[in-house]
Design a binder for this molecule. Structure first.
Ligand code: AMP
Ligand code: MG
Length: 271
């Protein structure tokens, strides 16, 4: 698999990233889908171990332009997982109470505890993306946030959280197609928000904000991966592969809190 991790020493230029890229999986869609099925199952098995071991905390951050595929990614990757096994935290326009606090306040409450996987559907990065594009706070305020975010994520990592951040990279043509699909398929119409067209006009501003965020906050303790996402099946394959490799690297073990199960088997026979 190609390595989509962003190396801040070698900053990403989003305008040069091909959202259609399929790496070594060109003309191998069927095989890729089969491989993805295996990864889906492995995520489920590894999640069970993660929960049982009660040691690691996993935070997965998903960011993308509108229609970029965040919801579809969550649905596909965690389809096989016990519904009790993962939590999703979706970050929308902040409430009044949230706005009365610092921007990390609502985020910190949702981070994973031991044995948990939490997926952020949007995240604290909105505070250097939509907030920057729409000038919801002055530049002097949002500019400082990259540093806060790196420090916040470093603290989480130092305290035992493994963080993986995925930017799902689609291009403008793909977004147009996805919006049209939403407008022409009755069961998808609900997803269309006329405001999305205004956001689309700011494509360049958003890309600039994303590019800065990715380059300034891809760290050894919380890396960003820039995933080509025009093709859902390739996106799913890349992301699930990274998650599985990370979970495997934990070398997790089921705990065995009792010494001699045989004794209890005997006791149970006579119970
Ligand atoms: P959706 O993910 O389509 O349900 O939309 C959620 C909306 O909330 C998006 O338009 C985001 O840009 C917006 N949003 C999320 N976080 C913030 C934030 N911190 N400030 C302003 N808008 C936000
Ligand atoms: Mg939306």
């Amino acid at each position: 698999m190609l390595d989509y991790r962003i190396d801040p020493q070698n900053p990403v230029d989003l305008s040069k990233r091909d959202a259609n890229e399929l790496g070594e999986w060109v003309d191998r869609k069927k095989e890729a889908k089969k491989r993805f099925k295996d990864l889906q199952k492995e995520i489920a098995t590894l999640q069970q171990k993660l929960y049982a071991e009660h040691k690691h905390k996993v935070l997965i951050v998903l960011q993308a332009m509108d229609s970029g595929g965040k919801d579809g990614t969550i649905r596909a990757l965690f389809e096989e997982v016990n519904p009790q096994g993962v939590k999703v935290a979706s970050f929308k326009v902040p409430t009044e109470l949230e706005l009365d606090h610092d921007y990390l306040w609502r985020v910190h409450q949702k981070v994973p505890g031991k044995g948990e996987i939490v997926i952020f559907n949007r995240s604290h990065y909105e505070d250097v993306l939509v907030v920057r594009v729409h000038e919801l706070v002055p530049e002097s305020v949002w500019q400082k946030r990259y540093e806060h975010i790196n420090a916040f994520e470093k603290m989480l990592a130092d305290e035992g959280t493994t963080i993986l951040k995925f930017y799902l990279h689609i291009d403008q043509d793909e977004q147009k197609e996805r919006f049209l699909e939403r407008l022409t398929e009755p069961h998808k119409l609900w997803k269309f928000n006329p405001g999305d067209l205004d956001e689309r006009k700011r494509w360049g501003d958003y890309q600039a904000a994303y590019q800065d965020a990715l380059n300034k906050t891809s760290t050894p303790w919380a890396p960003w991966f820039c995933i080509p996402a025009n093709r859902n099946w390739y996106r799913n394959l890349c992301i699930s592969n990274i998650i599985v490799e990370t979970l495997r690297s934990f070398n997790m073990q089921y705990p065995d809190p009792i010494q001699d199960p045989e004794k209890y088997i005997e006791l149970l026979k006579n119970a």
